[in-house]
Design a protein around this ligand. Structure first.
Ligand code: GNR
Ligand code: NI
Length: 180
């Protein structure tokens, strides 16, 4: 059982652009298993490698209620998108914040699976939104980037305050005084 630490906004490491996976091997499958364990334990429906500080193009999802539809996408690419719509999003890296985001509600995605074999699949609704949200993570983007600067600033302040109250032992050490 390996639970990985999820980076939280505004951690600058979440801005890293992930590099393509070169080989799908047992080492990668060990990481995939740990990502699923971390995602299920955190009650998430998706997780990108970026969020666990691994900057490789890999994401996992499971939008089923029963946790019986695990999907693995290595080097994912959206090859078609349709039907732009708005849906509420949350993010394990932006805990407790839920905001509307506009995205394609139907996509076709191409990727390699857990076995390293290429596949394409059509996704709609929550899965389509989730895959786009995860690919954004791989590109160093967060859903809060679609919000206004004012909203984003409020979210950042709220999370920083909560983290201070929690006394997060994983919080980065400040080298200078807080700019408040
Ligand atoms: O658990 C999650 N729920 C969610 C809800 C709506 C749109 C996207 C998501 S993904 C999120 C998990 C996460 O942060 N993945 O990066
Ligand atoms: Ni996220």
């Amino acid at each position: 059982m390996t639970r990985l630490t999820i980076l939280e906004y505004p951690d600058p490491r979440l801005r890293t652009v992930a590099q393509p996976v070169e080989t799908v091997d047992d080492e990668l499958r060990t990481l995939i298993d740990a990502m699923f364990e971390t995602m299920y334990a955190s009650k998430g429906i998706g997780l990108a490698a970026t969020q666990v500080n691994v900057h490789r193009r890999l994401l996992v999802t499971d939008v089923s209620e029963e946790h019986d539809r695990p999907l693995v996408f290595v080097n994912p690419e959206v090859v078609a998108r349709e039907e732009i719509g708005t849906a509420q999003e949350g993010c394990l890296s932006v805990p407790g914040i839920y905001e509307d985001v506009e995205r394609a509600q139907r996509i076709r995605v191409r990727a390699l699976g857990r076995d390293g074999k290429p596949f394409e699949m059509d996704a709609e609704g929550l899965l389509a939104v989730c895959v786009q949200h995860e690919i954004d993570h791989l590109d160093g983007k967060l859903f809060v980037d679609y919000l206004s600067e004012l909203k984003r600033q409020r979210i950042r302040k709220k999370l920083e305050k909560e983290r201070k109250l929690r006394g997060n032992e994983r919080a980065p050490v400040r080298s200078t005084a807080p700019a408040i």
